[in-house]
Write a protein that binds this ligand. Sequence first.
Ligand code: ZN
Length: 162
Amino acid sequence: MALRQVRVDGDDILRKKCKEVKEVTERTRILIDDMFETMYETNGVGLAAPQVGILKRIVVIDVDYETPLVLINPVIIEKSGEQTGDEGCLSIPGKVATVTRPFHVVCRCFNENMEEIEIEGEGLLARAICHELDHLEGILYKDVADGPLRDVQYDEDEEDEE
Ligand code: ZN
């Protein structure tokens, strides 16, 4: 496993639409392992492939650091409710903004064995799924935020970054 460089806002690659994954190769598995390592190292709860410079529809998420999820070619098939709260992003370091997201989502995707699965999420997991799927379309959370980016207040509890 290896750490990958996280692309930051201003890098064109974050604004491109990602391509569907047709098959999981050894290279894909290495990418997924590297994405998890990079996410944990940077204290994130989610990471999308374009954030490490790869334009493929692959996302990793682990909101409690006990439930690693791999989402390949993910699509949200159900959403309900609403939650409004602060959100951050490893590609926009040191910033947060308020974003309104569905409270509950169901996501259909493939796992690392290309088996079709459904992932149901509430609260932070639903937020992370929405945030990471936006990355696959070249959308950053600041585009959909309710207000401007603010500096993270480091004297308070650390924010989750996705
Ligand atoms: Zn992000």
